[in-house]
Ligand binder design. Sequence first.
Ligand code: SAJ
Length: 457
Amino acid sequence: MLTNLADRLKGVGMKLCVIGLGYIGLPTAAMFASNGHYVTGVDVSARIIEALSRGETYICEPGLGDVVHWTVSEGRLIAKEVPQPADAYIICVPTPINPDRSADLSYIDRAVRSILPILRKGNMVILESTSPPGTTRNLVCSMLSESGLIPGRDLYVAYCPERVLPGRILKELVSNSRVIGGITKESAIRVRDLYSCFVRGEMYITDSTTAEMCKLVENTYRDVNIALAAELAMICENLGINAWEVIRYANKHPRVNLHQPGPGVGGHCIAVDPWFIVQRQSGTARMIELARRINDSMPRYVLDRVKTLLKDINGVRRVCVLGVTYKPNVDDLRESPVVRLISMLKAEGGYSVITVDRHADYEGSKGRELYEAVRGCHLLLLAVNHREFEHVDFRRIKERMAYPCVLDTRNFWRAEEVETAGLSYHLLGWGKEPNEEGPDGGVPIPAGGGVRSSEER
Ligand code: SAJ
């Protein structure tokens, strides 16, 4: 009896319609379906609908396959190409970036239009897609009004962004806190109650524009911090010291949390979202824009290091690139800085590139074996620190390479181990020789290389 009451209060057993079955929509639909609701997942892709109808998923995320299979076989999650009447509509469509770096809101536009004919009084409409500040109140609400229903009076409307980390989506959907921005307080409360069927983190209630800005600034914070680390890497190379060591020790300070440098920032979130703030506040968001540009410049910076390292090689310089995805242990190539680096290398002329990455099928990278791929190469470039690259046999690598050169862009390997095998080790952010005049005198302590600890990754 009590359970029934608790369930009713949580609105369990509602009909939900999740529009957009991508990296966020599908796991979200599956979570609602496995926590007592009846969910229709909607997508324009026939391939996704067919796979989901069979209980299969095309997204590689720990645990997702099982929960999708179970909810589909129980009839709790069904797939359709068009929205069905429901109590709540959850919009999880992409917001790509236009060539002028503004947000392309056309998918949100289409998703909202698709529900207008089936909306009923008392429905909830929830936007999860990352959007420029003001999108829910201005774009979504004004379109919803075309239904004849008034948002805030007849419809509960809220912005409720996801904050999950690819690779840990199911876990973080449950444990992360959420910010829920209602166009009215009642809207936010209703939406909070709906998500409480699976969210165990705190849920904070605010207005929709504040929630939109929270989502953007979380990713912007990370982007700016990574840009600072990238700049530090360049500075330390010039000073002949090791940026990773600087970061490691600076982070011992209780209020410092420097991020890690790398060959650039990828993924559909951090490399994109800051532009949505710049779009709205171009004159004011100066640091945000500069950080974006610094991070975007990193593939070229790495390219320049590659050119310097291989300047003595005559003929075609062969580079073996380990990892192509935008970050470790995921299969996602979106906005990958490594893909950009490879294109730049090819455009340079005089370079041939071979890739190894069992997570992503990029020009045959999936089926390639590392020790075969390095055969005849002049440079081994560690671009993504996938788990499987952590322990490699550098002696076997050395035997096969035509020129013994390694460039680690992630501080993943130990300099000593690589060099003991007879390879020369180079690390992004570690300048072995100062590049400018410094003060003389004293006995220098050699700058460390290849220092890393689990806390740095
Ligand atoms: N990166 C660095 N140095 C670092 C950390 C990351 O170069 O110290 C690079 C990665 O290699 C990668 C990129 O940044 O190319 C982004 O990776 P990430 O792991 O930082 O983030 P995403 O894009 O996978 O997920 C982010 C997360 N946001 C935050 O951590 C603030 C996630 O929680 C969001 O839900 C997600 O964006 C999203 O969907 O917005």
